[in-house]
Design a protein around this ligand. Structure first.
Ligand code: 5GP
Ligand code: MG
Length: 191
């Protein structure tokens, strides 16, 4: 610790949270409910779930184990946020290889639907590059804001207000994804 840099941030990530919105038990219970709904909707259909990295990976890992149907999984690496807490508005694709879409029902998974720009860009690209039988969206969180792009969450876990949340896949500057809960950071940990 030095006088200029102030105190070291606590090692325990929970201590950096101002408050918890959804704990681990609530999240897993809600994902199980979503699983039942998705299972009913996709029974007998060739399903591929495509998760958006990095934020959507925890959600996918838990959701696919609650959908007891034959399915394929894939992922897509994009960035839309940079390192701050507000959307950059531009979506960068980090890979050339697109998931196999033809003849499949595609369910795109992400951690949170905010402006909708990220999912819109992905759905437009999928529609251009393949012939999926259908495309739907499942997100863990849906932010209660006016969408800048036309996207609806066909399935969502919880609604959140217009604040910046972390945990359960959601990062601030690359960190906090491994927090098993969803919460709001204390202002002193946002720089
Ligand atoms: P959109 O394109 O819908 O504005 O933003 C979607 C992406 O922005 C999400 O995949 C997520 O990475 C990021 N994002 C939006 N809101 C939040 C938030 O409250 N917390 C965190 N950690 N990321 C967010
Ligand atoms: Mg993100």
């Amino acid at each position: 610790m030095s006088a200029e840099s102030g105190p070291e941030p606590p090692e325990d990530l929970y201590q950096r949270l101002d408050h918890i919105l959804f704990d681990k038990v609530e999240v897993l219970r809600r994902i199980a409910e979503m699983g039942r709904e998705i299972e009913a909707d996709y029974k007998g259909k060739p399903l591929t779930m495509v998760t958006i990295l990095q934020g959507g990976m925890l959600f996918m890992a838990d959701l696919i184990r609650e959908v007891h149907l034959p399915m394929k999984i894939d992922s897509l690496s994009v960035s839309s946020y940079g390192s701050g807490t507000t959307s950059s508005g531009t979506v960068t694709f980090h890979q050339d290889r697109m998931p196999h879409l033809d003849g499949r029902h595609i369910l795109i998974l992400d951690d949170i639907l905010d402006s909708g720009r990220t999912l819109r860009a992905i759905m437009d690209r999928f529609a251009k590059e393949g012939n999926p039988l259908s495309m739907k969206v499942a997100v863990l969180l849906s932010k209660k804001v006016e969408r800048a792009a036309d996207v609806t969450a066909d399935y969502y876990g919880f609604e959140v207000g217009n604040e910046f949340v972390v945990g359960y896949g959601l990062d601030y500057d690359g960190e906090y994804r491994n927090l098993p809960v969803i919460g709001v950071l204390k202002p002193e940990f946002i720089h």
